[in-house]
Design a protein around this ligand. Sequence first.
Ligand SMILES: *Cc1c(COP(=O)(O)O)cnc(C)c1O
Length: 447
Amino acid sequence: MTRPPKDGPKFAEEAYNDVIRWLEEHHEFLKGSIPLIASENVPSPAVRMALASDFGNRYAEGYPGERLYAGCKWIDMVETLGIELAKRVYNAEFADLRPISGVMANIGAYTVFTQPGDVMMALAVPHGGHISHGKTSWGGTAGVIRGLQVERYAFDEEDFNIDVDGTRKRIEEFIREDGKAPRLFMLGASVFLFPHPVKEIVELAKGYNAYVVYDAAHVAGLIAGKRFQDPIREGVDAMTMSTHKTLAGPQHGMILSKDEYAERFKSVMFPGLHSNHHLHAVAGVAIALAEALAFYEEYASKIVANSKSLAASLHERGLEPLYEHKGYTESHVVLVDVSKHMTGREAEFLLEEAGIITNRNLIPKDYRLKTDYKNPSGIRIGTQEVTRLGMEKSEMDVIAEFISKVLVKREDPSKVRREVAEFRRSYRKVRYAFSSVTDAYEFIRIV
Ligand SMILES: *Cc1c(COP(=O)(O)O)cnc(C)c1O
């Protein structure tokens, strides 16, 4: 691309126009694609309106009712209502809407429940663990930022879940070796197919006087819709989340916990971790929570039904979705081993060429094979966004057919891309929202 010289008078204006044009092109790209990234979603037009509001230009340091800024009347009302909605959706005693992301919510939980040097139990990345639960040698947040010593759960590859007995043995072993018992058990994952054994881990943690935190980043919308599991009822001390994955709010975070930890969480969130807490996103979270209360029982069951039928359809077409003997999945995620055909990286690339957006992903066997994480054996598919666009079982068959055309039959991706764009034209509105006057990926100009 040629541009005017950087010090020329036209450079600034061209750059400005480029940014706006590329934003618009990104929207066009999504209108013609099948979005299957498991950690994303399309929010309702109301959430997008909140993000464009003046709330995003203000400060409201402190918890509502304890603010250190003036001009917060409507901000306070929105955040207070958001907190009430969060408590109701998740049936929790305490909610804090200030974490600006899931990782910040996790850092908050680490700060409340641990000291640097403490031992934390977490899942390894190829078993679905998230980098924010990771150890220092992997550059993980828990290790690098909070200085925790991260130990891994024993994992049952056959069932893709935590092996509680194996974990107990592993803990007894490392206590014998260096004497330190776990202080925190982190649950939840980024490849999250089946509910975790929360009650059993809570029991195990009691024996060490340790805390249990459940990271619901991926499954927050499923929990809100009463699908998957209910970690707070199962006894965890806190639940952290991102609000933009299955919950379909804006990019933000949230913490739910018990009254006994409320003051500690409040002071960690401010002044500890945040100064501004993205008030436009807080308003968006409040809207998403109201939508969850009204519509997510249906939304969550449709997501899970769609994942199961997409997996079965892929299987019929010669692909290898994992965990057939367990019904493939109980969430929005399907994990597919593509190594019979190509690497995960090639699959991701070819599918993107065809307008099908997924991501390459480590699968359990990569742990044994020590595969390079940049070139893993699988892809991860999420059904939450296409479900929100109104797709059901018959559309899952169409999507499986597109995927098999690219990965199994090796058809020309640019040909498939035209079929994908044509197919997508019928799915324009966001479902499970109070109002959808604006199309799902409409680019709205206010300049
Ligand atoms: C996505 C994710 C997060 C972090 O999310 P951000 O909101 O991007 O900070 C944390 N934990 C898990 C398990 C995740 O999958």
